[in-house]
Design a protein around this ligand. Structure first.
Ligand code: NAD
Ligand code: LMR
Length: 341
């Protein structure tokens, strides 16, 4: 069995045909856009393994037929369909209630996530346009970077088609939480499966704000530890980019994080109560129009933001820095859609 952590609890995914987790009668169809990529392939494998997924649709501009044939032999219930090339984009989305988007180019050493904007903005906008036309009610989980801008881009596209809902467009920041949990548990000798660190703000450098005062279980940090941990969590993506030395960015840990996020959404869609994950969504009453916070999921996606809670002066200062950068990232995404679409 493979143990995946989901919304603070453990979701057992059995490789046996007798599944240990029951799913409801609702048929869940998950479409993975960019399914042949470094993230797309292991993410599709994890989704194929899950009893929460009835149909798995794989879309990419290349190689999906092979990935699909391969995955389709796995003895789990999800029916696999593979679509390749622009002309099959719409078909790949038919009937999907959850769409996960890891399509786009990854960073190389020396690049920021914003350096990916020129290529990935168009990729996400085109996929969002297709979603708006084919499955406008689907919950859209955006992994493609720069997430701080691609979420506003997808949202603006939905608005242009009159189908926007802040419940449905979600930026996946789960990898920041996964990393924070790992680093904090390592440092403090905690059971990582029971360690939970909220991370708010956005998903790039200074916009990633771990709330180390809210770690569960309660732990104390020195100021030096707080600063070092915060820096490591903010730079963890770059740590992987440098270690991969030109061969891309995090793929396996991102596939894990993307699956954790999708499973939490699917559990909530199936009626499970109290499912919470952090995510980057359109925000109201905050200093920026998009912000990542812990979110309560429900049958229609985001039920409500749980906000940042009680934070320390140190965290408040980090948020102030994050807000400035987020505003620029958001504006860039909105401007792109207004000028090009
Ligand atoms: P990759 O290059 O290995 O895979 C990307 C895939 O997207 C490729 O298979 C490519 O063919 C496909 N693609 C390109 N254009 C497409 C289009 N128009 N439609 C459909 N598919 C298309 O890259 P990767 O390592 O899988 O990373 C993908 C993206 O995820 C990058 O932008 C990366 O920065 C981002 N990422 C985000 C997080 C996060 O925490 N949110 C973490 C890691 C990576
Ligand atoms: C990550 O955090 O690993 C991703 O956003 C990929 C990257 O470019 O760092």
């Amino acid at each position: 069995t493979c143990l995946l952590k989901s919304s603070g609890r453990n979701l057992l995914i059995s490789l046996n045909r007798q599944f240990s987790v029951s799913s409801s009668n609702n048929a869940n169809k998950v479409a993975v856009m960019g399914a042949s990529g470094g993230i797309g392939q292991p993410l599709s494998l994890l989704l194929k393994q899950s009893p929460l997924v009835d149909h798995l649709s794989l879309y990419d501009i290349q190689h999906t037929k092979g990935v699909g044939a391969d995955l389709s032999h796995i003895e789990t219930k999800a029916k696999v369909q593979a679509f390749v090339g622009q002309e099959q984009l719409h078909d790949s989305l038919a009937g999907a209630n959850v769409v996960v988007i890891p399509a786009g180019v990854p960073r190389k050493p020396g690049m920021t996530r914003d350096d990916l904007f020129n290529v990935n903005a168009t990729i996400v906008a085109d996929i969002a346009t297709a979603i708006a036309k084919v499955c406008p009610e689907a919950l859209v989980c955006i992994i493609s970077n720069p997430v701080n801008s691609t979420v506003p881009i997808a949202s603006e596209i939905m608005k242009k088609h009159g189908v926007f809902s802040p419940r449905r467009i979600l930026g996946v920041t789960t990898l920041d939480i996964v990393r924070a949990n790992t680093f904090v548990a390592e440092l403090k000798g905690l059971d990582v499966t029971k360690t939970s660190v909220p991370v708010v703000g956005g998903h790039s450098g200074n916009t990633i704000v771990p709330l180390l005062s809210q770690v569960s279980p309660t732990v104390q940090f020195t100021q030096e530890e707080l600063e070092a941990l915060t820096k490591r969590i903010q730079n963890a993506g770059t740590e992987v980019v440098e270690a991969k030395a030109g061969a891309g960015s995090a793929t396996l840990s991102m596939a894990y994080a993307g699956a954790r996020f999708a499973f939490s959404l699917l559990e909530a869609l199936n009626g499970k109560q109290g499912v919470v994950e952090c995510g980057y969504v359109a925000a109201e009453g905050l200093e920026t129009s998009y912000f990542a916070t812990p979110l309560l999921f429900g049958r229609q996606g985001v039920e409500k933001s749980l906000g940042v809670g009680k934070i320390t002066d140190f965290e408040q200062k980090l948020i102030q820095v994050a807000v400035k950068e987020l505003k620029a990232n958001i504006e860039k995404g909105v401007k792109f859609v207004n000028e090009v679409y």
